[in-house]
Design a protein around this ligand. Structure first.
Ligand code: FUB
Length: 320
């Protein structure tokens, strides 16, 4: 085994550490290296960023997802991350049988709602559950006792994994939306209680190359819908002046992730800087099924379009 990349990484991190505070001034990608993390979602709350990830547990050389739980990390500078353990596992959803795939957490009214795709035990295919907690670090419990979305609600796509990758967004008028989907992007309005649909499932049109992993964010009146594009996956995005569309395709946001056939992004603003959070297979033991979360900067053009994200080894500097 060639240990020189490991030694180089530790030496580089050590050089960047301020001894008196033991805080790194600059990150390095991947940002978490002691466990395999995938499918990042992030949320800012009370001056802290909470990073929620899937936990890739596939043995080396095994080419399938082994994902039983989600993980949480927190940071006040986007560089120094503290593990908050696993606040949610598939076992929290009694009606589910496996597969802790990509979810997202959002706060409303002092409660934290975690939208999570899992394989349903009795309805074939993936479903989306909602867990709730009084704290961003959990513990989270099943908020409904049943899935909010099941595969039999979306019969126009005949695969069993089209109802995955939920992303949730609360607009300025207080209306919450749940977007999700593989092959087809869909959305529903959510009731104020965040655990029930408020109206029928809608389809999102005009997302060329759409595979999965939608993420909605808003900046200066523009809605952005970024998503995994093609396969292996790049990230592309579309914009609109309404969350319900029509969406205008804006092209590729970032290229293929290293050593990994998927990508999955979260986009947040923190302390005046925008961040692109994603995963790759970039550790010594990495692969498409042993992924690791990375963070790079995201910049906008004057017309509101996003500049292509450069996936870097160096990562980001500490946010002040
Ligand atoms: O982690 C399992 C699946 O791989 C996610 O749901 C997709 O977004 C892709 O990253």
């Amino acid at each position: 085994m060639n240990l020189s990349p490991v030694l180089f990484r530790h030496a580089r991190r050590a050089l960047l550490i301020l001894p008196c505070f033991a805080l790194a001034l600059r990150g390095a990608n991947p940002v978490i290296t002691d466990v395999h993390t995938a499918d990042p979602a992030a949320m800012m709350h009370a001056g802290t960023v909470y990073l929620y990830t899937g936990h890739d547990e596939a043995p080396e050389n095994e080419n399938r997802y082994v994902m039983k739980e989600w993980l949480c990390f927190s940071s006040t500078d986007m560089v120094n991350w503290q593990s908050r353990g696993s606040p949610l596992a598939v076992s929290a959803f009694k009606w589910a049988k496996g597969d802790a795939w990509a979810g997202q957490v959002i706060e409303r009214g002092g409660k934290f709602y975690w939208y999570a795709p899992v394989s349903h035990a009795t309805i074939p295919g993936f479903s989306i559950g909602v867990a709730v907690s009084d704290s961003p670090t959990g513990p989270f419990k099943d908020a409904r006792g049943s899935a909010i979305i099941t595969n039999d609600m979306t019969t126009d796509v005949s695969i069993g994994w089209d109802d995955i990758d939920p992303t949730v967004f609360i607009d300025d008028d207080g209306q919450a939306y749940l977007f999700w989907g593989n092959q087809r992007c869909r959305y529903i309005k959510l009731k104020a209680n965040m655990i029930e649909a408020d109206g029928p499932i809608q389809k999102v049109e005009n997302l060329p190359g759409y595979t999965e992993a939608p993420w909605i964010h808003k900046r200066q009146g523009i809605y952005y819908l970024s998503y995994a594009y093609g396969f292996p996956e790049k990230t592309a995005y579309a914009t609109s002046d309404r969350i319900t569309g029509p969406w205008k395709f804006q092209g590729i946001l970032t290229e293929l992730a290293g050593n990994c056939n998927t990508n999955h992004q979260a986009i947040i603003e923190f302390k005046g800087q925008w961040y692109f959070i994603y995963h790759n297979g970039g550790t010594l033991t990495g692969s498409s099924f042993r992924r690791s979360v990375c963070i790079d900067l995201l910049h906008y053009n004057a017309d509101g379009t996003m500049q292509r994200v450069v996936q870097s080894t160096e990562g980001v500097g500490a946010a002040k």
